[in-house]
Write a protein that binds this ligand. Sequence first.
Ligand SMILES: [Zn+2]
Length: 653
Amino acid sequence: MRIAIAAVLAGVTAGAATVRLQPDRDPAERGTLRLHYVQKPIGYERYEIVGDGDGLKLSSDFDFTDRGGRVQLSATLRTKADFTPVAFTASGKSYRFVNVDSEVRIDGAYAIVRADGREARVAVTAPFYTVDGYAPLAAQMLMLRYWKQHGRPRIMKTVPGLPANDVFVEPRGREAIRIGANLVTLERYAIDGVVWGRETAWLDEKGSLAAAITRAGGLSFEAVRDDLEPALSGFVQRATRDRIGDLENTTRAMPLLKSGTYAMVGATVITGTGAAPIADAVVVIRGGRIVDVGPRGAVRVPDDVPTVQVAGKTIVPGLWDMHTHVTQVEWAPVYLAAGVTTVRDMGNEFDFITPLRDAIDAGRALGPRLLLAGLVDGGGPNAFGVVYATTREEAGQVVARYHDAGFQQIKIYSLVTPPIVEAICAEAHRLGMTVTGHVPNGMTIEQAAAAGMDHIAHLAIRGEADSDEVKRTIQYLKEHHTVIDPTQSWNELLGHAAGTPIAAFQPAVAKIPPPLNRVFSNAGAAGIDAPAARARLERGLRIVKALKDAGVPVVVGTDEGIPGHSVHREIELYVEAGFTPLEALQAATLVPARAMKLDDEVGSIEPGKRADLVVLNANPLESIRNIRSVRWTIKDGRVFDAPALWKSVRFRP
Ligand SMILES: [Zn+2]
């Protein structure tokens, strides 16, 4: 059992950290959970449960600081003695950009729900629970107790999700972990529907929450009872095995429409090389590779090769997302559903992303090809993640570790100091890796490029595109062959005026699962009106266009955003910026393939390359919005049905 091993190997004894109060002498139940973001300890949730008439009252203070930003949430939950909810309140923030102000009162068969400034009276039928996202974790703990007390129902509803969401709880087994001299027995659960995708939670013999692994702001979030802290990475490994197992099950259940040897006949093919589209084309695929492509009259399909008629469709190369964080397995079906066959992960938990990559590479799990950039920051209380380099020696160790694990790149984060940036770049280049990341604090984008950074994440250029200063910067980047992933869809998503509905620029928001919808419905910038938000976006788009015109490689990246759909939005925004539809498509195909030195293998539809293709219902060169019309995605020659992929992760197709 790896949890036990991990905890023992950590060699930490628990000491007398927790004081468990005797229930007969003090009726209160108290708990302290240590909170982590991407495994970095960042704060605490402290809860107390006291008798309240015939029932119980939970009060929870949830409080952490992430990269200098404080997040606080206060919540109360009153229940009957059998944990049936009576009233729930939550106010504050559950993540840096997620405001929470919700209240639910149960009145017979109805719930009076106030959330997001709206009030509604909704019918509720048991089984149901009142939680509003992942925090506070103690509310999820009571939800599990309710579930056990009420016959372990297959589905529960949650409020205040408007509409209510379905929550599934699945017991995943028992295990014991050793912390010093103590052996703690735990029950493990998967919870699906409180957040998007599956959480993992462990309860102890008393029904108290021992640990939970969930997500906040799109990244991994771990809560561990303070005395169990030494087992943190064991919990992460255990949850990772469960979730990859789930993805392998999804893979086995997913209809594979075609694989092996076949020919797609009759579509318009946009090869992505820059050549004119091929009408009524034939693409022959064998053993996961493209063996021939051309007009029907010019390509001979051997007699033994089955054909698939795709007249009326358009085939483009598999898309790329050059800025993501695949922090949960649900991203794998999402990306394929959106036509994305390769992604660059820009910082993740080592214990999670490497086994996921390996499962996909081995064909056990469906998903896009994962290229990994290993995150490193400069240390200190405001640092991000758990991998730091503050000396040249540490820089060498960090690069070596990522290199040995098969990472393609290093991702430098904001607090790495200039000499260490140089040391990291030199060592990465020596080992054949490249370097991407944020422009570190105290450096300009030119200095970051001069220090050796091959790519820069986000659009770290201020000013107007036609100013001399910006022109000089762009020329400098051009001379240094610097690649930029400007993440404009992310800027648009977080920077839109709070009064502008997301659906106004991202229609796919109507298709996302309710827990994600609740997160994004609270996103948006306060204190900015729609014209000002639009002007800010357009300033960025002018720089993106100027970069492309100057010959600086611009690659499509989302920083997650609306899963999958933000890739399409990023491509659309480049057309708004003034790219031709073909140039925008290339920014999501051939340009990133070149940037990652993989253009011999992928990035366009040419004989010899991997059969990574997207079959669209409509031609994106006629209207770039047609990039959203994904019908089938082909990865390494295997044909997946996009609607089935979407449904597997609770999106509407
Ligand atoms: Zn990012």
